[in-house]
Design a protein around this ligand. Structure first.
Ligand code: IPM
Ligand code: MG
Length: 359
């Protein structure tokens, strides 16, 4: 029996609630196809700060590096917001984890399930049938460029810098071209080349590579226009590739096309070990109340099956199970509409598990 080691990092807030249903789903897929998953849990984010005083303990990083994949819940919360930047869960744990695992590509599929068309805040005719993938560069750009603060006559002055090398742009662009090649063969490269020098290098580099992918139609779009086009006509997009911060913002926006940010999974790849996490945060306002939508995490587990274990059948089973549960009218609060059966985190997890078992 093939065995995989999975590092499980529930983290903070709703992270602790949404991870167990995803583990259960993996176990069931394992039973069905003869895979064994060995889960080892570790501390990250605020949970780690509280217990051992650092947001990313060495043990946690070591466990991730020794595993075949990482399943992460969410990190951060108001309790740790006042800490110095380097200790805050986001900057002190999630960013270094991405960097140290060399996860330069973050893949976020934005799919509107037919059953959720009415849940989107946008009009049905605009969003129905949306199926795109946003590929966000994850270890460079504005998040990772040099930052500093210094004194200034008015108080202080703060810097963040947006840096990219040709190599960093090339590797993410190649992945995007290859992804588009397996889909509808359209790639939208999003930048701000009309203002930013890094955007000009981005555009030149992507344009140069396009020659190697003559079967893929490449278009360039400024990020502000892209934000507008996403709500105007989202179906025009197949694959989007963009800078780290732009991708962060555009995917939160795009998540509303799929009904809720609670539906948006993600895979971070590029290094030896892939990391899978929902695109949403730790939602402190609903933490511990059995209200969070576990589907983004369950769908992230499906991406793990796909990207880390190449088990496309298992991934398809998970997606089918999710669609089936939605079709029966079950929804967590974030997606609930009149006539739906509103369920909590645990029950939603059990329903998906049940749908896999009876598959
Ligand atoms: C995301 C999140 C993170 C990010 C935060 C928690 C640091 O918003 O994964 O989109 O900005 O990358
Ligand atoms: Mg984000």
């Amino acid at each position: 029996m093939v065995k995989y080691r999975i590092a499980v990092l529930p983290g903070d807030g709703i992270g602790k609630e949404i991870v167990p249903p995803a583990m259960r789903v993996l176990e069931l897929i394992g039973d069905k196809y003869g895979m064994e998953f060995e889960f080892k849990e570790a501390l990250v984010g605020g949970a780690a700060l509280d217990l051992v005083g650092v947001p990313l303990p060495d043990d946690t990083l070591r466990l991730c590096l020794e595993s075949d994949a990482v399943l992460l819940g969410a990190i951060g919360g108001p309790k740790w917001d006042q800490l110095p930047t380097h200790l805050r869960p986001e900057v002190g744990a999630l960013l270094p984890l991405r960097k140290k695992l060399a996860l330069y590509a973050n893949i976020r599929p934005v799919i509107l399930y037919d059953e959720l068309v009415a849940a989107s805040t946008l009009k049905e005719e605009v969003v129905a049938g949306t199926d795109m993938v946003v590929i966000r560069e994850l270890t460079g750009g504005l998040y990772f460029g040099e930052k500093k603060r210094e004194k200034h006559p008015t108080g202080e002055k703060a810097f963040d810098t947006l840096v990219y090398t040709t190599e960093e742009i090339e590797r993410i662009a190649r992945l995007a071209f290859e992804t588009a090649r397996m889909r509808r063969k359209k790639l939208t490269s999003v930048d701000k080349a009309n203002v930013l020098e890094s955007g000009r290098l981005w555009r030149e580099t992507v344009t140069r590579l396009a020659g190697e992918y003559p079967d893929v139609e490449l278009e360039h779009m400024y990020v502000d226009n892209c934000a507008m086009q996403l709500v105007r006509a989202p179906k025009q997009f197949d694959v989007i590739v963009t800078e780290n911060t732009f991708g962060d913002i555009l995917t939160d926006q795009a998540s509303m096309i799929s009904g809720s940010i609670g539906m948006l999974p993600s895979a971070s790849i590029g290094g030896q070990v892939g990391l899978y996490e929902p695109s949403h945060g730790s939602a402190p306002d609903i933490a511990g109340q059995d209200k969070a939508n576990p589907l983004a995490t369950i769908l992230s587990a499906a991406m793990m099956l796909e990207y880390s274990f190449k088990h496309y059948q298992g991934a398809a089973d998970v997606k089918r199970a999710v669609a089936e549960v939605l079709k029966k009218g079950y929804r967590t609060g974030d997606l609930a509409q009149e006539g739906n059966k509103v369920v909590g985190t645990k029950e939603m997890g059990e329903l998906v598990a049940g749908a896999i078992r009876t598959d």
